[in-house]
Design a binder for this molecule. Structure first.
Ligand SMILES: Nc1nc2c(ncn2[C@@H]2O[C@H](COP(=O)(O)OP(=O)(O)OP(=O)(O)O)[C@@H](O)[C@H]2O)c(=O)[nH]1
Ligand SMILES: [Mg+2]
Length: 206
């Protein structure tokens, strides 16, 4: 490969630099079934240009790709999403979005390694997928909050009803969100951070 010595490799953009006040970093995974909005959430909230590993869903995927989702959905994550957000002057979260299609779930265990917490994104049209998702997090001992991504044509349920349907213990936060909105996605992450902090204080998390 030709190499032109006069070419300069662009360095990181100013906004990519970590602020000097940052003292702690935590790995957070965004997990959920196919098409629940994981890539959208990482993209809406990340301060750096998110890394995505999306592949176009084509005719070739019929019968292989899961066939559910928003009509505007044309791509699916095949490995992971990656983003970063500063949640306070001191705390930085590294966000890892998982692939949602079941044929890629074998990648989850690796992605869960070292995660301090997780956001379980949920679409009320397919609540049943979340049982598997939460079960895998419980197996790995990763604490999570549940965020209900509000799609316009999805049924709305009172949070108490959903909590019961999901068999969530009273301490696990559940809230609605719109993964496309930065403020809403940030609220979800703040809820998770507060939950992790509370677990830490009670000694449930070391
Ligand atoms: N109406 C609405 N649409 C959304 C919302 N979040 C995501 N979408 C749309 O839903 C589709 C699916 O979003 P993705 O972010 O690709 O979902 P994903 O969970 O990463 O999907 P996989 O990686 O394939 O599992 C996209 O077309 C988004 O534009 C939301 O909060 N509301
Ligand atoms: Mg995705």
């Amino acid at each position: 490969m030709d190499y032109n010595g006069s070419d300069t490799v662009p360095g990181p953009r100013a906004e990519d630099h970590l602020p000097h006040t940052a003292q702690a970093a935590a790995k957070i995974v965004i997990v959920g079934g196919f098409g629940v909005g994981k890539t959208t959430m990482v993209g809406s909230v990340s301060e750096i240009k998110p890394l995505t590993t999306e592949e176009t869903m084509t005719q070739a995927g019929i019968g292989v790709d899961d066939d559910f989702g928003s009509p505007s959905k044309t791509a699916t994550t095949v490995a992971m999403d990656f983003g970063r957000i500063r949640i306070s002057d001191e705390l930085v979260l590294y966000l890892f979005g998982t692939p949602g299609q079941e044929r890629f779930w074998f990648l989850w265990n690796r992605l869960f390694e070292g995660a301090l917490g997780a956001v379980v994104l949920l679409d009320t049209r397919r609540i049943e997928v979340s049982y598997d998702v939460m079960g895998r997090l419980e197996e790995r001992g990763v604490p999570f909050v549940v965020a209900v991504n509000t799609f316009p044509d999805a049924p709305r349920y009172p949070m108490a009803e959903l909590r019961q349907a999901l068999d969530l213990t009273p301490d696990i936060p559940i809230l609605e969100c719109d993964a496309r909105r930065r403020a809403s996605s940030r609220d979800v992450l703040l809820t998770l951070v507060r939950f992790l902090h509370a677990l830490h204080l009670t000694g449930a998390l070391t």
